[in-house]
Structure formats: structure tokens, C-alpha cells
Design a protein around this ligand. Structure first.
Ligand code: SF4
Length: 359
């Protein structure tokens, strides 16, 4: 690893490059911490192109902390529907309510208070306070890890506590004391546009003559990661059950994926299972208890849905029954044509798009 001695030079070059090359994104026209917060949370796990629409819709409907705080969680989740990582929306809502109650509907103005809000980690807190008020807190996101690892030749794995500490210190040492907000945005933008994971444009980089990895032709060796988290496979079977124009859904409440979203009755199995195997399963028998005749109207094909540490293999059945039976006591009955009022995981929309008539 190189010594960090060109700190101000690096920062000046970053900012000069940024002023000319930055993308024109709507949240960059604002220093309102609320707008910055919403954009940062949307962009945490979402590409800019996909996040833009969500940002406009979300801020259009919830333009400030108080409006967000007064909305129901169901409505907030509906505006988040399809973005994934729904805990982000639940946390936004909870933090807005907290600020409405404890800070008069305004953002607190210290890093520590912002960092203490629900769902706000080191990165988001640093982004909010530096972009909005130029407080000297360095952001370290995936782009910054990559730029710093290459520029300074840091080979400590970024997914270790030692790595996080080292990169945090390096980012702080390089931070411009005069323009921390601009500096932070510039280094992230360089990582997003120039120092990209697989195809860094070193010839166009304002830091190339200072960059250790470039000098060694080793850019693609950085950043170093220790290891991948194993992912687990789950088998989901959804039952969209129809009786006299009604169907049944429920809200996911457990501390699992998609908490707060709605779904159709779900049976999860430990291995793949077709209908013949499912009907022998206790949960399925219980679900259709008292429903009289059961007729499969449509079946989706199996859809693979990949989450950060899980792979879901899911099938969706549309089933007509002759009576409500067990369903009426354990699920929420809704009109079949009112489903758009509820926020569903994107997987359900994908499954519904593949429905075909049962043979
Ligand atoms: Fe990244 Fe290449 Fe610039 Fe180094 S010279 S910071 S590897 S783009």
C-alpha cells in the first residue's frame, strides 16, 4: 500500500473532474437532507436507471418528512413495490415518524443523531451530512472501496472488519476539508463511471499517474474480497384461490424476506414438489380444508428469483374452490380485482406473467 501523501492533490483532481463529468441526476440539484436521504436509500441496492422512476414517484407522493410519517406503512410499501429489500422502505417510514415526533419533522443536524436513525448506517449518514451541510465525514460505498483499493494498492479484504477500518481511515485522510460533500460525490462518481469493476478506463482517469494498481497493470486484482456468503435455495408454492370473485392474501409479518408485503397463501417445501406431491403435504391439506372440490385453473412455470443470499424457486397455482373453508378464518379475503391496492413482492408479478391454462 502506498503512503497517502497526495491527499489534497487527489481531492482537487477528483472535484475538478467531477464538475465536468458528473451525471445530471435530480437529487444532485438539492441540498435538502430529506431528498438526499431518499435518493441514497433507493440507490443502496438499485441501479440509477431503475431508481430514477422510483425516486420521482416516491418524492412526488411523500415530499417531506411529515408527509411520509403520516402515510400508512402499506402505502409506503406500495410505492416501493418491485424495488426489493423492503426493509429499506419500512425503515424510511419508521425514521420519518421518529423525526416527526422528536425533531419537529426536520432532520437532526449532527452526524451522530442522523446515524442513530433507523436504517441509516455509516455510509448513508456520511452522505447526508456531507452532501447537505458539508460536514467532514467520508463516504465508503462499493465504488469508493474499489477506487481506494486500486489507487492506494490496499489488498486487505474489504469484507473484513480490518478492511472496513483501513478503508474508512484512508477515505477520511483523503477527504477535502473544504468541500467534503463534493469530494464524496466525486470519488463515488469516478468509481461508477471510470474506475468500474471489470473495465476501468484508466486512460481517462484523473488519478492515473498517482494510481498504484494502474502502474502495476493490476487494476482488476482490486479490491480483494475474502469469500462469498453461501446462498440457500427455497421452494415456494403460491396458491391464488378463487371463490365467487374473492381471493385470499396475507401480510408477511415474520422476520424473513418481504416483511410487510402481501402474498397469496404460500407453502414452502424443503425440495421441489409437483401438485401430486403437494396434495400429500399437511399444510396444503389444511389450506384446502372445507373448500369442497378443488380445481386447478392455471399453473405458472417455475420461476427462479435470486435475492442476496437466497435463491427462490417458485410456482404459482390459480385454484377454484367450492367453499371458503379454512381460508376465511386465516387469511384476508379481498376482491380478486382489487389486488393492485396491495404491495406484492416482484416474484409474484413475475409468476403471474407466466400463467398458462392447466392441461
Ligand atoms: Fe481506477 Fe484506473 Fe483510475 Fe486507478 S487509474 S483509479 S485503476 S480508473
Amino acid at each position: 500500500m502506498t503512503d497517502i501523501k497526495n491527499d489534497l492533490l487527489i481531492s482537487k483532481r477528483l472535484i475538478t473532474w467531477y464538475e465536468v463529468n458528473k451525471r445530471d441526476l435530480p437529487w444532485r440539484h438539492s441540498r435538502d437532507p430529506y431528498v438526499i436521504w431518499i435518493s441514497e436509500v433507493i440507490l443502496q441496492q438499485t441501479r440509477v436507471a431503475q431508481g430514477l422512476d422510483y425516486f420521482h414517484r416516491f418524492v412526488g407522493r411523500f415530499p417531506d418528512i411529515d408527509t411520509l410519517a403520516q402515510a400508512s406503512e402499506d402505502e409506503v410499501l406500495r410505492y416501493w413495490e418491485g424495488l426489493g429489500y423492503y426493509s429499506r422502505a419500512r425503515n424510511l417510514h419508521a425514521a420519518a415518524r421518529y423525526m416527526a415526533e422528536h425533531y419537529g419533522g426536520r432532520f437532526p443536524q449532527s452526524y451522530e443523531e442522523v446515524r442513530a436513525l433507523k436504517g441509516i448506517g455509516d455510509y448513508t449518514a456520511a452522505a447526508i451530512v456531507s452532501f447537505a451541510w458539508d460536514l467532514p465525514y467520508a463516504v465508503v460505498d462499493g465504488n469508493v472501496y474499489r477506487v481506494l483499493a486500486r489507487l492506494l494498492g490496499i489488498d486487505t479484504p474489504i469484507d473484513t472488519s480490518e478492511g472496513k477500518k483501513q478503508f474508512g481511515e484512508a477515505a477520511t485522510l483523503l477527504l477535502s476539508p473544504d468541500y467534503p460533500g463534493l469530494h464524496n460525490q466525486a470519488i463515488m462518481e469516478l468509481g461508477a463511471l471510470v474506475c468500474t469493476p471489470r473495465n476501468p478506463q484508466c486512460e481517462a482517469c484523473p488519478l492515473s499517474d498517482l494510481c498504484l494498481a494502474y502502474a502495476r497493470h493490476e487494476a482488476l486484482l482490486y479490491p480483494v474480497k475474502q469469500g462469498k456468503t453461501k446462498s440457500r435455495t427455497r421452494y415456494f408454492h403460491y396458491f391464488h384461490i378463487i371463490y365467487k370473485g374473492k381471493t385470499w392474501i396475507h401480510k408477511r409479518e415474520a422476520d424473513d424476506i418481504w416483511k410487510g408485503l402481501y402474498e397469496f397463501p404460500l407453502v414452502e417445501t424443503a425440495a421441489p414438489a409437483d401438485w401430486a406431491e403437494l396434495v400429500r403435504c399437511k399444510e396444503v391439506a389444511l389450506l384446502f380444508e372445507g373448500c369442497g372440490g378443488v380445481r386447478i385453473a392455471k399453473i405458472s412455470r417455475t420461476i427462479k428469483h435470486v435475492l442476496s443470499h437466497q435463491v427462490l424457486l417458485a410456482v404459482y397455482y390459480v385454484i377454484e374452490v367450492e367453499s371458503e373453508g379454512y381460508l376465511s378464518k386465516h387469511y384476508l379475503q379481498v376482491d380478486a380485482d382489487s389486488l393492485e391496492q396491495y404491495a406484492f413482492p416482484r416474484l409474484i408479478h413475475k409468476l403471474r406473467a407466466t400463467l398458462s391454462d392447466s392441461q
